[in-house]
Design a protein around this ligand. Structure first.
Ligand SMILES: [Zn+2]
Length: 315
């Protein structure tokens, strides 16, 4: 073999080695699966370049009843970490999938199972759990992601969970968390100012999901179209709701994207109010691509609706 050929072969071997080490680095990314898209967006911020993340649910689906696809099981099988909202939010679909996935790391109680509700003080914890009263919120209201302070708890819990699983990356997760929270803090200050005219504004929604949001921005939740979370309304309930709205002067009706527009429109018409379609997760409407988009979009659209209905406060 000539020297030239030998050098060429060495060059080729070197290039191959470089190629395979960069492949290995790509494969070495931590694979994170989340139930909902908000968790994926926040996990991507906290995990940065170290992770790849996928959400099982899409933002337009009903998070309480996500249609199960066969592709979910291999994803959960490969997941190094699973991030869930908790408070039984996903109880109708995630436990069965997790047990099907044959991945001990992400079983409840193991460190690969990150429940972001652990730092949350749940609101509306039921005292009576008979089936007739609905069973979609058995551990209290799980829609804390709609409050930006809920976003802070989600990010902190994800950072702690990732660090527990991958302690060698602690410094990176901490730095990423710090950057996320600095941005969130600045946004929360802006949102508080932006949302001032919403203070005292009364509203109803289809499902009981805006509790944490309403408390954060001083809005008044008067009722829901559903009888109880997950229980469709009766005619009597709707009559009572409209009566109550008239007495209380409620003009804003929130419709979540996975519910049909018919009943919210009828109710709004009866009180001379406005329907506003608001996503409850990232991706619920095309404009909402990130967690920050979600909060900002909801404040902005509620302001528009309240102003159009003549109930927005003056600042
Ligand atoms: Zn719910």
């Amino acid at each position: 073999m000539t020297l030239v050929w030998r050098n060429r072969l060495w060059g080729l071997a070197f290039a191959l080695a470089l190629f395979s080490s960069s492949m290995a680095r790509a494969e070495e990314k931590i694979y994170v699966v989340t139930t909902l898209p908000d968790l994926a967006d926040i996990a991507a911020r906290v995990g940065g370049d170290l992770i790849t993340v996928e959400s099982l649910a899409k933002g337009i689906e009903d998070p309480h009843g996500v249609p199960i696809k066969p592709s979910f099981v291999p994803k959960l099988n490969r997941a190094q970490v699973l991030v869930i909202m908790g408070l039984e939010y996903e109880h109708s679909w995630i436990p069965a999938l997790v047990s099907e996935a044959r991945n001990p790391k992400i079983l409840k109680g193991n460190i690969g199972y990150i429940d972001v509700s652990l730092k949350v003080t749940p609101k509306e914890v039921p005292t009576d759990l008979s089936r007739a009263k609905g069973e979609l919120h058995p551990a209290g209201n799980p829609h804390f992601n709609l409050d930006p302070e809920g976003g802070r708890l989600i990010a902190q819990t994800i950072a702690e969970g990732l660090t527990l699983n991958f302690p060698q990356h602690r410094a990176t997760f901490e730095a990423n968390l710090k950057a996320f929270l600095a941005q969130l803090d600045a946004k929360i200050q802006e949102w508080k100012v932006m949302a001032r005219p919403l203070s005292g504004v009364k509203f109803v929604s289809y499902h009981q999901d805006f509790t944490y949001f309403a408390d954060r921005f001083g809005m008044e939740y008067v009722g829901t179209i559903e009888l109880k979370p997950g229980i469709e309304p009766t005619a009597g309930h709707l009559v009572e709701l409209v009566q109550n709205m008239k007495t209380e002067g409620v003009k804003v009706v929130i419709r979540e994207p996975h519910f049909s527009e018919k009943v919210p429109s009828q109710i709004a018409a009866q009180v001379g109010g406005k329907v506003v379609k608001l996503p409850i997760m990232v991706g619920g409407v095309p404009e909402v691509k990130t967690y920050f988009d979600l909060i900002e979009y909801n404040i902005r659209e509620l302001l528009k609706a309240a102003q159009a209905a003549g109930v927005a406060g003056k600042v």
